[in-house]
Design a protein around this ligand. Structure first.
Ligand code: HEM
Length: 122
């Protein structure tokens, strides 16, 4: 039987820790902080939970994602290639810090790259 990427990454808690670190570092990053400027804490908490739900669902876990699709969620933000590169650097660093293996890391990157055209619009 094939073990899902979700299970191989460590399930819900691992994805929650991963998402919390990535979003926290993106918000604190000098290039990316502008996307979260003047947002209330509760809105940021809600977005973080949506990210966790989305990643759980997409990697094969049991979650009903209630957010918008990636194109709609990021439309009008004018996320650039440079923003994307920085975001991926953060993802790579966090994955390294959490000890994500090469195989799983590669699968995560393939998945994220498949979303790039919907997210990078500037
Ligand atoms: C593959 C990478 C990414 C994934 C999987 C992702 C995922 C998500 C998800 C699930 C949401 C919530 C959607 C909703 O509210 O219905 C969201 C919102 C958001 N994302 Fe991303 N995102 C990615 C990349 C980025 C990048 C590169 C940036 C900026 C540098 C960014 C900035 C935001 C912001 C600011 C919101 C809040 C939107 C709003 O509520 O107005 N995201 N993202």
């Amino acid at each position: 039987m094939t073990v899902s990427l979700y299970d191989r990454l460590g399930g819900y808690d691992a994805l929650a820790v991963f998402s919390t670190k990535v979003v926290g570092q993106a918000q604190a990053d000098s290039l990316l902080e502008r996307f979260w400027a003047n947002r209330g804490e509760d809105r940021i908490a809600r977005e973080l939970q949506l990210l966790i739900d989305y990643l759980v669902r997409e990697t094969g876990g049991q979650m009903y994602y209630t957010g918008r699709d990636m194109a709609l969620a990021h439309a009008g933000m004018e996320i650039t290639e440079a923003d994307w590169t920085r975001f991926i650097e953060i993802v790579t660093n966090v994955a390294g810090e959490l000890g994500v293996g090469a195989t799983e890391g590669g699968e995560v990157m393939d998945f994220l790259n498949s979303l790039k055209d919907d997210i990078v619009t500037a």
